[in-house]
Ligand binder design. Structure first.
Ligand code: TYM
Length: 334
């Protein structure tokens, strides 16, 4: 029996992925690659929707690939590739742009958040159409599932809407994909502002745990995580966001239930919890960091793996694009 397809991706917009990317998506990607025909993409076209230094972008693209592999993505099982190596992404995005309403695109909250921070003059048209390119990334591969964190839910809804619209206008073309969002790790929070999601654009770098951070830096960040003055170790997202985040991170990595952690830390101080969370996090990410550094020492091999992944991706993507071009009425070149 052939396995159903799966697609997901991350932006190479920093030198390191963070704990939110890892727990919210990457752990799940590694698990799912056995049961699905998986396509894992590094979305460099998306990264340039905000200004990037070209040399840094090149470096961060390879660093992202190395972290995918180091975290357990197996390039034999999954196709690991760079978005710009598969021209069909930009080509399908154009067609989808033409069936998306301005108002529909304007309702995307991630765009609204980003423009609110920087003002609408600083935002590019690319940032506005970002979710439509994301829909193209997904729909090209006819995936049944798309494993992501909670912040991508709305983009997945748009993707489904566009696929449904295209299918009803032009005939059955796209599989309607489903988001896979794991409840426990859907949103990892910033250590310094535990009401907000952990994000690479964190106001305070101490709030952000990076996979490529030195272990001593990770310990320091976790030990200085914002908590509260109530002194009780209990999961309560609303009233105790800092402690709840630490418990959630511990549980996601160790597999120990929140109830068991609460019972074990009853009467203990916050310092004890932080110490253990730091150990658990370092235990999980230090081997990934070490392996990623090792992989980055052989760029030729890394580039070879990415080329092989792109060849597999292109094969599937070109087929879908050809069908789309035909359906909308483009004639084939002879
Ligand atoms: P990006 O690069 O911001 O994030 C990559 C993945 O990490 C998840 N994530 C989190 N999960 C839990 N807690 C957090 N604090 C946290 N921060 C990030 C994200 O939900 C995501 O799954 N638009 C996408 C990239 C993209 C894509 C795609 C994803 C482009 N095309 C096609 C899936 C399918 C993004 O910016 O992810």
């Amino acid at each position: 029996m052939t396995k159903p397809n799966l697609l997901s991706g991350m932006q190479p917009s920093a030198g390191s992925l963070h704990l939110g990317n890892y727990l919210g998506a990457l752990v799940n990607w590694a698990k799912m690659q056995d049961d699905y025909n998986a396509f894992y993409c590094i979305v460099d076209l998306h990264a340039i929707t905000v200004p990037q230094d070209p040399n840094e972008l090149r470096e961060n693209t390879r660093r992202t690939a190395a972290q995918y592999l180091a975290a357990g993505i197996d390039s034999e099982k999954a196709a690991l590739f760079v978005q710009s190596h598969v021209p069909a992404h930009a080509q399908l995005a154009w067609v989808l742009n033409c069936i998306t309403g301005m108002g529909e695109a304007g309702r995307m909250t991630q765009f609204k958040d980003k423009t609110q921070k920087g003002g609408s003059d600083s935002a590019s048209v690319g940032l506005f159409t970002y979710p439509i390119l994301q829909a193209a990334d997904i729909l090209l591969y006819q995936p049944k599932v798309v494993p992501v964190g909670e912040d991508q839910r709305q983009h997945l809804e748009l993707t489904r809407d566009l696929a449904t619209r295209f299918n009803s206008r032009f005939g059955q073309t796209f599989v309607i994909p489903e988001a896979v969002i794991l409840k426990e790790t859907a949103k990892i929070y910033d250590l310094q502002a535990p009401e907000s999601k952990m994000s690479k654009s964190a106001a305070d770098p101490k709030g952000l745990v990076n996979i490529m951070d030195e272990p001593s830096a990770v310990v320091k960040k976790i030990k200085s995580a914002v908590t509260d003055t109530d002194g009780v170790i209990r999961f309560d997202r609303e009233n105790k966001p800092g402690i709840s985040n630490l418990l959630g991170i511990h549980s996601a990595i160790s597999g120990e239930s929140i109830a068991s952690l609460e019972a074990r830390f009853e009467g203990a101080g916050y310092g004890a919890l932080k110490g253990e969370v730091a150990d658990v996090v370092v235990g999980a990410i230090e081997p990934i960091r070490d392996r990623a550094i090792e992989l980055l020492s052989d760029r030729t091999e890394l580039d070879r793996l990415l080329a092989a992944g792109a060849a597999r991706a292109n094969e599937v993507a070109e087929k879908t694009l050809a069908d789309v071009y035909d359906k909308v009425g483009f004639i084939k070149p002879i």
